[in-house]
Design a protein around this ligand. Structure first.
Ligand SMILES: [Ca+2]
Ligand SMILES: [Ca+2]
Length: 323
């Protein structure tokens, strides 16, 4: 599969934004970054597996048991696997099969020469969801990182964007999906994480060219929208645009652009909720709703200033631990 189908942008056919999202893909595809290639991989699909081993250098995964989901019954199926380094047992995992397909791959995400084990599963549903579990030898311990379920627009592959042999994980802030428009008109700011010492670290702001490319796509598809002659879905793209500009250190120009191109007639996202999810009222307009949203998501501080301490790894990484 073309990697970008599971990358930051995806092709959405038959709707108003099919062309803009395609444009984003082409922009990213033209980059010269090295895609991390698996050294070995094994797919879990519709065939049961027993005692299958995958080994590269000192690292081994042994799949003890895998039975695919049987949609005809409710019977619980299991996946069980073990990890070894230098022939020494590290950990065993046994879990219910909650995925449509999955794979194990071994690849170098950092320069220490000991491959990482990446277990990637896809749980299905309308737009959901990829979940990554990454195991990395750190000294004599195994470090495990588990991502949140990531929408296709937020779950990319690993690429080494800057050639330093530490792979980047290309994602996006999926909290912007549906916030101010339909899925198809949602265009989130990008999130770039770098794999270091077994962890995914937020390095989004270091990759200014990527951010600028994403912001340019958003600009191209909202520049003809004005408050008097708004384009459908403009607010949703502009929400992502302002957030992207905050990350670029250009909050004020992003905000001014949003004011000049937003749709004052679109009420999507204007309902105000309390922390329990109950509707509390309605924001006066889209700019007021957007500012509150950006504060809620920590792009802005409560005083309305760009938050220099925003750590976007926390919206991708659900848990990590030394085993
Ligand atoms: Ca490694
Ligand atoms: Ca890198």
């Amino acid at each position: 599969m073309w990697r970008n189908l599971l990358g930051r942008n995806q092709i959405l056919g038959g709707n108003i934004l099919a062309v803009p999202l395609m444009a984003g893909i082409l922009a990213l595809a033209s980059a010269t970054a090295a895609i991390a290639e698996p050294l070995a991989e094994i797919s879990l699909g519709d065939v049961p597996l027993r005692n299958q081993a995958l080994t590269v250098g000192p690292v081994s995964v042994r799949i003890l048991e895998f039975d695919p989901v049987n949609y005809a019954t409710d019977e619980t199926r299991y996946l069980a696997y073990e990890l070894y380094i230098d022939g020494e047992f590290q950990t065993e995992v046994r879990q219910e099969v909650d995925f449509m397909f999955a794979d194990f791959s071994l690849q170098n995400l950092d320069p220490d020469g000991i491959p990482e084990v990446i277990f990637h599963r896809y749980t299905g549903g309308a737009h959901c969801c990829s979940i990554y579990t990454i195991y990395s030898a750190q000294g004599d311990r195994l470090h495990r990182t588990i991502t949140y379920p990531l929408d296709a627009s937020a779950a990319g592959t690993f690429e080494d964007l800057d050639g330093d042999d530490y792979s980047e994980f290309l994602s996006a802030d999926q909290r912007f999906l549906y916030a101010f428009g339909s899925y198809a008109s949602s265009w989130p700011p990008i999130v770039t994480l770098t794999f270091r010492n077994g962890s995914l670290i937020d390095t989004t702001r270091q990759f200014s060219e990527d951010m600028r490319s994403n912001a340019y796509g958003m600009y191209e598809h909202t520049r003809e929208s004005t408050p008097n002659e708004p384009k459908l879905g403009a607010n949703s793209i502009l929400a992502g645009y302002v957030a992207q500009k905050i990350l670029m250190g250009e909050y004020e120009s992003g905000w001014d652009y949003m004011l000049a191109h937003h749709d004052p007639t679109d009420s999507w996202g204007l309902t105000e909720y309390n922390s329990s999810g109950e509707a509390m009222g309605t924001f006066a307009d889209f700019p007021a709703a957007l500012e509150s949203f950006l504060v809620d998501l920590d792009y802005l501080t409560v005083t309305g200033d760009p938050n220099p301490n925003l750590d976007l790894s926390r919206i991708v990484v659900e848990q990590e631990s030394l085993l």
